[in-house]
Design a protein around this ligand. Structure first.
Ligand SMILES: CC(C)(COP(=O)(O)OP(=O)(O)OC[C@H]1O[C@@H](n2cnc3c(N)ncnc32)[C@H](O)[C@@H]1OP(=O)(O)O)[C@@H](O)C(=O)NCCC(=O)NCCS
Length: 150
């Protein structure tokens, strides 16, 4: 049986924003900027809980840059669930979600050291569209990867 992940929209309230902020803190080991619960509460990002059966295994999200262009963000598989193929499925699920709401192009920025996510996106048909040296802070280079949805 093939693996499947359900996306459940995260309702914007303080409790959920704190939970998402803590997930960022726990799962991004070496990044210069982590959003606070207040940042999350006021951001335009729509977050989703990722479930396998009844178990919450990660989060993902997107925000609209225009009506047809979305940036996907914070695709995280909780540590205990990594290496099982869920990252690939979750990346595809957020793409499918964006497509279902009329998005024609998706993109994301990924730290240059994040080989797992860069490899997932390239295999899913994204192109490297840009390189941003010292983007969030000195030493934190990022790639922009984009995909036109057909
Ligand atoms: C990136 C992340 C979502 C991947 O989740 P995952 O469930 O472990 O990924 P998968 O099991 O689906 O593996 C995906 C691919 O990455 C590869 N991969 C995994 N870890 C790797 C590593 N350390 N080095 C190189 N490749 C790696 C796997 O080989 C696999 O590719 P393949 O099956 O084609 O060989 C997870 O590591 C994570 O949550 N990281 C922290 C948050 C993050 O950086 N998110 C991305 C922000 S843009």
């Amino acid at each position: 049986m093939s693996l499947s992940i359900q996306l459940v929209p995260v309702e914007k309230n303080l409790e959920n924003s704190e939970a998402i902020a803590n997930i960022h803190k726990e799962h991004y080991d070496r990044v210069p900027y982590l959003p606070s619960a207040e940042d999350i509460q006021t951001s335009k990002t729509q977050y989703f809980w990722a479930y396998v059966n009844e178990e919450r295994i990660g989060i993902t999200g997107y925000y609209l840059k225009t009506k047809t262009l979305a940036e996907t963000v914070k695709t995280i598989i909780f540590k205990e669930y990594r290496g099982k193929g869920y990252g690939k499925i979750l990346s595809q699920e957020i793409e499918d979600k964006c497509k279902s709401i009329g998005i024609k192009k998706i993109m994301s920025t990924i730290y240059s050291f994040n080989i797992p996510m860069i490899s997932i996106k390239l295999k899913q048909g994204y192109m490297i569209e840009g390189f941003h040296p010292d983007h969030e802070a000195p030493g934190f280079d990022e790639y922009s990867l984009g995909k036109i949805l057909k």
